[in-house]
Each structure stands twice: as C-alpha cells, then as structure tokens.
Ligand binder design. Sequence first.
Ligand SMILES: NC(=O)C1=CN([C@@H]2O[C@H](COP(=O)(O)OP(=O)(O)OC[C@H]3O[C@@H](n4cnc5c(N)ncnc54)[C@H](OP(=O)(O)O)[C@@H]3O)[C@@H](O)[C@H]2O)C=CC1
Ligand SMILES: O=C(O)CCC(=O)C(=O)O
Length: 448
Amino acid sequence: MSTQDYVTKMLDEVKEKYGYQPEYIQAVEEFLTTVTPFLEKNPIYCEKNILGQLIIPERLIEFRVPWMSDSGEWMVNTGYRIQYNSALGPYKGGLRFHPSVNQSIMKFLAFEQIFKNSLTSLPIGGGKGGSDFDPKGKSDGEIMRFCQSFMQELQKHIGPSMDVPAGDMGVGGREIGYLYGEYKRLNGYQAGVLTGKPLTFWGSLARTEATGYGLVYFVKYLLQDKGDALKDKRVMVSGSGNVAIYAIEKAQELGATVLGCSDSSGYIIDEDGVDCELVKEIKEVKRGRLSDYIAAKPNAKYVENASIWTENIAYEVALPCATQNEIGLDEAAILIKNGVKVLAEGANMPTKLEALHQLTDSGVIYCPGKAANAGGVAVSALEMAQNAQRLPWTFEQVDSELDSIMKNIYETCATTAKEYAKEDDLLTGANIAGFERVAKAMLAQGLV
Ligand SMILES: NC(=O)C1=CN([C@@H]2O[C@H](COP(=O)(O)OP(=O)(O)OC[C@H]3O[C@@H](n4cnc5c(N)ncnc54)[C@H](OP(=O)(O)O)[C@@H]3O)[C@@H](O)[C@H]2O)C=CC1
Ligand SMILES: O=C(O)CCC(=O)C(=O)O
C-alpha cells in the first residue's frame, strides 16, 4: 500500500467510526493531511503502523460527578479524562469546565496536546479532561463542591509521574486550589499532581501569564525572522480570559496596539488600545461581563452578540484566544479584507480547516495553536520540575525559559516546514516535528 493510501485509509476509518465526533475528526484530518511527506521519507512508521496506534487513546475515562447546589438540589455532570499518549512522559494537559464539553471535544484537545507537548521538548505525554459543568453564575461554594466531587473520581487516575492535569477554559487558580485540596485530603501532600496551582502552595511564577506571553513570543520570533517586529502593529484578540489577557499585556509591552477583545456575549473595540488592567479587573476580579468596559471607557464601542472577527477594521495580527472553530470561511474573508498578515492561535483549533486553507492561500502566515500556545503547558512542565526539586524559581527565570522554549518551537516549525513543505507552512512544520519525536519514542518502546 502506498503511503498516501495508508494515510487515506486511516482517515476514512476514523471518519466512519467516529462520524458523530466532528471536532475529533477535524483535528485528526488536519494532522493526517500534513504528515505524508515525512512518512514517505520514513516508511518504518507505516510498516509498524505507528500512526494507527497513535490515533487510538491509551485510555479514555468517563465518570459521573454528583454535587449539591446551594439550594439543596441534587445535581449531576459528566467528567472526562483522556489519557491519550504517554510515549514522552506522564499524560499532561488541562481540565475544561464548559457546558459544551463532550467526548469529541475532549478527544480533539487531547490529540492536539500530544504534538504540542512534544514540541516543547520537555518530558510530557498528551492528555486532557474536564466536564460539561458550567461554572458561570455558580457560587464559590458550588464551585468548591463540584471540584471536590470531580476529584473524588479523578484522583484514582492521576499522580505526579502518571498524569498531571492543569487548567483550561473555566478552570483557573481557584478551581485548581479546590481540586488540589481534595486530592491532598485523599492522598496526602504531592504538589506535582496538578499544575497551575496558586502561588500560595507551589504554583509556578509566570504560569498564569505563560500561554498568552508565549503566544506573543512565538509571533515575535516569526516577525524577527521576516525582518519585522510587533512594534506599531495593530492586533486583534478574541476572548478575555486567561490566554487573551496575557497576550494583550505582552503585545502592548512589545509596542503593539491591541484594538479589541471579546467574551461570549460580544466584543469591544477601543482604538486607543485596550486597557488591559481594566479587562483584568472586570474578568479576573469581578468575574463580570466585558460590556462593563464601556462604563469606564465611553469612547470605546461594544457590540453585543457578534463575533469580533466580523468587525471591519484594519489590523495586521489576529490572535484568536477564545475557543474552537471561531473562525470559519466568512470570518476568514473579513480578516483577509482587514489586511491580516499573521494569524496565531492562542486557543486550541479556533480556525476551521477550510478557513485556514483560505487564509494561507491568501498569503496569511498561519501559526497553529499546538505550536503557538504551547507556552502554557511548557511552564506547567517547569512547575513540575520546581515541585520535584522543591525549589521555587524566580519570575524572570521562568519567563526567560518560556521565551527560549517558544523561540525553539518557532525555529523547529520553520525549519521543518522548509525541509518538508514550503516556507512558512508552519502547520506542516508543527505536525511533522511534533509527530517525529513521539513516533521515534513509540518505535523504541515497542508494541505496548
Ligand atoms: N489556559 C491555558 O493555559 C491554555 C488555554 N488554551 C486554550 O485557549 C482558549 C482559551 O482558554 P482560557 O483563556 O484558559 O479560558 P478562559 O475560560 O479563561 O477564557 C475563555 C474566554 O473565551 C471566551 N469565550 C468562550 N466561548 C466563546 C465564544 N463562543 N465566543 C466568544 N468568546 C468566547 C470567554 O468568554 P466568557 O467570559 O463569556 O465565558 C472567555 O473570555 C481555549 O481554547 C483553551 O483550550 C490553550 C493553551 C493553554
Ligand atoms: O498546562 C497544562 O498542563 C495544559 C495546558 C493546556 O490545557 C493546553 O495546552 O491546551
């Protein structure tokens, strides 16, 4: 069978078996359609069916999470942990609490995490988890009880050398704190079992900032490679959560103007530059709505119930930092009209497959999330190292490691793109480079 036939067969099988899991199919298709040149050069990975093994998760855990509301109602949600691949180290990846969570979303996130973690060059395998629990509007007591119940089951499957969850959408320092407290009650002190911990008990400095800062460092190195810089660039960001806020902060620090950001109810445009401290106050402290921005900044504009990617305004850099599939063909056409030159994904898979092809065909440089947003998980791995050493590192030390990890990821993707595809095809570069390290380890470890 030719390499192309092997890859096509694999994709057809996934589509046939998991037709009801669209996000998972999308992630697998995006990956498979780029790795053929590598497989042609290295037929051993087809002969040993490494791809076939890689596509099936090592373990998929689904469980019931019962909890009590403040009014005494008996509630229940579904919890997940996908332990996808451990060839490079303990499963590593965040927990997402969002009503849209289902097996398809969990599997796409865990699958992408394998290659992202591999690109960091750190010893971490790929996993992801979460629940369809909606933290929005819940009291602190309800969040705590939910986290405790979630951990009652999850603790059976995790450990510092086994599986190390962290945060993702809807899971920040508060939730990790409650999850860790319950783990400790059941198993005793083991700081390294979760990352993204609060700084009061062995969290790492700069983990909060890491994904957003890392994203901007990736863009910095890309632009540097092109003889350009972020200074004076106009930037648009979607989302106003953890990733978005620190992407805005670092982009502004490097001299860019951030024109707007969004939440799930609408978006703001502030041509004077988004006031990052104000967004932090609204979203991190008050856990409020972005519409509140206008009260303090009457010159800014708020657009309700619309995507920020439908705004017609000129900018060069787009940083989608909200959620999957936020950019489709219509949004991509607007981005191209707006003059976007670089799209770098802070979110996981925010760009639909057909939209990313449209963007790259128009000359936009596309930076896939598995490379560009790897800074978060990289600093999580540094948190694991600090916990194992029982020594905290300074902010500057972690931030400087993050910068050099992102530089290395950019250079690896760019070099691999040149070797196997065409210059600036960073998607192919990221997929092949991420896959190569995992595949080599799987081959060396045998049929397990
Ligand atoms: N946290 C991390 O370290 C990492 C996160 N990521 C990815 O980055 C993305 C954002 O994660 P994170 O910042 O942690 O999550 P948060 O929960 O902190 O923030 C998510 C943000 O996205 C907004 N949002 C959610 N859904 C939509 C939507 N349909 N339309 C517009 N805005 C929306 C939310 O709005 P609202 O406030 O209304 O809910 C919120 O502002 C996710 O794709 C995640 O997987 C990737 C790597 C690491
Ligand atoms: O920090 C981590 O372990 C995971 C971060 C994450 O969920 C991601 O990279 O998508």
